[in-house]
Design a protein around this ligand. Sequence first.
Ligand code: RFL
Ligand code: PHB
Length: 400
Amino acid sequence: MPDRVLGGGVKTRVGIVGAGPAGLLLSHLLHLDGIDSVVIESRSRQEIEATIRAGVLEQGTVDLLKSAGVGERMQREGFVHEGIYLRFGGRTHRIDFPSLTGGRSIMVYAQHEVIKDLVAARLAAGGKILFEVKDAAVYDLDTQAPKIRFHHQGTVQELECDFIAGCDGFHGITRPSIPSRARHEFTRVYPFGWFGILVEAPPSTDELIYAHHERGFALVSTRSPQIQRLYLQCDPDDELRNWPDSRIWDELHARLATGEGWKLAEGRIFQKGIIAMRSFVVEPMRYGRLFLAGDAAHIVPPTGAKGLNLAAADVRVLSKALAAFYSSGDEEALKGYSAKALKRVWRAEHFSWWMTSMLHRFHDESAFHHRLQLSELEYVASSRAKAQTLAENYVGLPLD
Ligand code: RFL
Ligand code: PHB
């Protein structure tokens, strides 16, 4: 349906703030149901397509992208992984996903590639994405006609909507637009961060390695046969200039050391960044006609690889609820959106917190705590029940 111009403003059914995975996928799923939307984004197309973030897609996210017709390149260029390695005490233990989860696996495919695929699909279908908007504000949220006002290409514009989706990430403007009396926030900030690098090197491993070590956590991931993604636990307030390449490699070698004949392939480091770690949830994920989805509503530490996957699960539920509303006028599914999404969110919050707590070194860690971590890792490595708990959460619980 084309946008209707009303008194200088533009009207759409669903106004979406943020062109991250949540906003773009929501816009695409709504389009498949014949529902028009407009996405506004503060950054440029080039920037959103170049931001390095997630790498692991759950089976359910992969299936959703495929069924929505945006999985073609992912299937060609992504890597299916059927397990992960846990490395501790200098030894490596494999968690085999298919045998523990009834045949499920994960896909390693970078978030910015998902973004490129979604932007291309939206634009090819005539979808509206306004890049480089400024000063976005949402209001009239508790009326039937919520609005988004913003600056775009030198003019102030107003978008009148039936609904607004707040998909603008953790630092966005939609969540803080909910009166504080109407939101309950839960936060945990971790006393460490991740130092992430991209390296020109061949893969050192066929599946991701999550390493627990006295010097701190390390993770070996991949992006392509030529580019590898590695992380190491660091001080959250540390600065890039304190990490010359030689120090990065020394730490990675020390934390990943094993007597099993494994070798870490080095190469040119061409990107470095420090990532803070937090857990956060806002309840409910709705206020009036504003619905929050993805990082705007919840954050997990990246250890469980859940953030993008939760964003995809949220918008799947939200798009179905909106489709039910537009096809029959039934608001029940919209009323149930927050509770339904939060059930999955809290499971992922727990899993991400558990993986983070088990694998990282805490500043105030006592020898007692360290022994508990090792005991838990031994248990995961030796008990089918415990390994299954890890595996079914990592590949993602079924979407329905
Ligand atoms: P995003 O991706 O932050 O997108 C929000 C978009 O909103 C825009 N925006 C605004 N636009 C207009 N007006 C405003 N006022 C605006 N304010 C913000 C922003 O520019 C942006 O484009 O949120 P979304 O869509 O909810 O997606 C969430 C995911 O990006 C995030 O959860 C994941 O990246 C988390 N994550 C991982 N998730 C996984 O599922 N698997 C992984 O392997 C994984 N690894 C990771 C990760 C996150 C990481 N970092 C950097 C935090 C690894 C890392 C290192
Ligand atoms: C990544 O490849 O960026 C990645 C993989 C696994 C994680 C987090 C990030 O848990």
